[in-house]
Ligand binder design. Structure first.
Ligand code: FCB
Length: 516
């Protein structure tokens, strides 16, 4: 797999859950294969989640809504990028996607039918502020009010992400995330939305995967806006961390009921060898890819992601910024998809005095971009476990290690798993009445959730789990060629078919158990 492909593929009420040692039905084991890195199958069937655990599913505006230019919506950087041929596999765009903008009632019915307690969705910023800062587009606000009415009527908790990558194009025209002004624009937008929708929504995440959209978009250019200067990435990191702190305050000021966090991308890192250098590199990887923004919020400083001190000057750090970064997040949200094996690259040179580093280095050849002299580690995805159709390794044990590590490092915060899922291309099967028998997805969730139950049993305060995704959708630069849904979508006619994994997950949500 080449680097570009690898990266594209890599984004990839606490209480005591019990995993008793009583052994159970061997029949289960015969149906679903034991996955490497998973707890023994005999124990999985006995896993029990706490009463009130919030079972949920997630989506994101650009990936499902469609209606890209309706009701006054402005252009986003994803609209602009996808409309350029060659950027997205198959020439796909999110113009229509799952047409969730019009079919949301139907989709919320599916959530209800599957006994879901939480729906994580995102608001499209360019629907709210289409052309610039200032007063909101009322039609955009009204749309989300109607969606919230339907979610609440279904007895489901709305979990709102304010930014899942669809930056208004006007923000990019003003310099994008490397421009510090965006922290203020974002905080204004967040406060405005909390003011309008705060009666309906209490759980707010500022950002989805801040490390990923800054690095992909500004460091190596495989996502919009497609810029490739490492220094722009560093500046973008700082603006987004400031925006996280500033929006925390603007949301709280607008809505007294609000609880605020973010949804980080995390993949546990394991050192490649027992050497001290690999251990240290793994710590830098963890600080850069997993906890950079969390640490900035909770501690008011950046973690040790760098060789030596953080390059604060290059990041645009100003006196007093430590106070702006700080935000006592009410809960910590993160995704789990896979893991990484990390090795040191502090001694390797890429020539010309440049160094390797930060996940996968870029090939741009631009002396200002790509090669990273600051973090100097190599992080790769192993293939000891089976690979999904997106090429991500299935490693259930990783969620246990990650949840326990975050619990240890940040004083047992309340945790929301904001996304977890896998890509398999199963389709409706005529010989089985049109069902979608996606056994590998069920096996993935079953084993991964058993590991999560084990983490809860060992003291982690995990209160929610959101499966990615409610339905197949526009998978960024892979377009419609990857399917992560628990509901199958036929993109020719928008017909939805709940997959076998979705029906299984619905039973889990009803019983708090993984059996059956
Ligand atoms: C996550 C993204 C989500 C989706 C899944 C497969 O990293 O947050 O939008 O693309 O990966």
């Amino acid at each position: 797999m080449n680097r570009r492909r690898f990266l594209g593929n890599s984004f990839a009420a606490a209480g005591g859950a019990l995993l008793s040692s009583r052994s159970s039905s061997q029949a289960e084991a015969a149906v679903l294969p034991q996955l490497p890195g998973a707890v023994p199958d005999a124990e999985i069937a006995d896993a029990k989640f706490p009463d009130g655990f919030l079972w949920g599913m997630a989506t994101a505006s650009y990936q499902v809504e469609g209606a890209w230019n309706e009701d006054g919506k402005g252009e986003s950087i994803w609209d602009r990028y996808a409309h350029v041929p060659g950027h997205i596999k198959g020439g796909d765009t999110g113009d229509v996607a799952c047409d969730h903008y019009h079919l949301y009632r139907h989709d919320i019915e599916i959530l209800k039918r599957l006994n879901q307690k939480s729906y994580r969705f995102s608001i499209s910023w360019p629907r709210i502020q289409p052309h610039g800062p200032g007063a909101p587009n009322q039609k955009g606000i009204d749309h989300y009010k109607r969606v919230m009415d339907a979610v609440l009527e279904a007895g489901i908790r709305p979990f709102c992400t304010l930014y899942h990558w669809d930056l208004p194009q006007w923000c990019e025209d003003r310099g994008g995330w490397p421009n510090r002004d965006l922290a203020g624009y974002f905080a204004d937008y967040a406060g405005m939305v909390a003011n309008e929708l705060g009666d309906q929504i209490q759980v707010w995440a500022a950002f989805n995967m801040p490390w990923a959209f800054t690095y992909y978009g500004y460091g190596i250019g495989i996502h919009p806006p497609g810029r490739t200067k490492f220094n722009d990435f560093l500046r973008a990191l700082h603006t987004v961390a400031l925006a996280q702190g500033e929006s925390f305050r603007s949301i709280k000021a607008a809505s007294s009921k609000a609880t605020v966090g973010s949804a980080y991308s995390m993949a546990p890192g394991y050192p490649k060898t027992g050497s001290e250098l690999d251990y240290k590199a793994t710590a830098r990887y963890h600080a850069m890819n997993n906890t950079f923004f969390l640490h900035a919020a909770l501690r008011g400083e950046y973690p040790n992601a760098f060789i030596g001190d953080p390059p604060l000057g290059l990041m645009g750090f100003q006196p007093g910024d430590d106070k702006l970064l700080r935000a006592q997040l009410d809960w910590v949200g993160f995704h789990y998809y896979t893991r990484r094996i990390v090795s040191d690259a502090s001694l390797a040179s890429a020539g010309n005095g440049q160094h390797y580093g930060t996940e996968i280095e870029s090939d741009t050849g631009d002396p200002n971009g790509g090669r990273d002299p600051y973090t100097r580690f190599h992080a790769v995805m192993p293939s000891e476990g089976p690979l999904t159709h997106a090429g991500l390794e299935v490693w259930p044990r990783g969620i246990y290690d990650l949840v326990m590590q975050i619990s240890r490092e940040y004083d047992r915060p309340i945790i929301e798993i904001t996304e977890c899922g896998c890509c398999y291309m199963d389709t409706p099967y005529d010989k089985e009445g049109g069902r979608v028998p996606d056994e590998r997805r069920t096996a993935f969730f079953r084993a991964t959730l058993a590991e999560l139950a084990r983490a809860i049993a060992h003291g982690a305060k995990v209160r929610a789990f959101h499966a990615w995704s409610l339905m197949d959708n526009f998978e960024w630069t892979d377009g419609y060629s990857q399917r992560y849904g628990l509901t199958y979508v036929d993109f020719r006619d928008q017909k939805r078919t709940i997959k076998d994994s979705g029906l299984w997950y619905g039973r889990v949500a009803a019983t708090d158990r993984l059996a059956g």
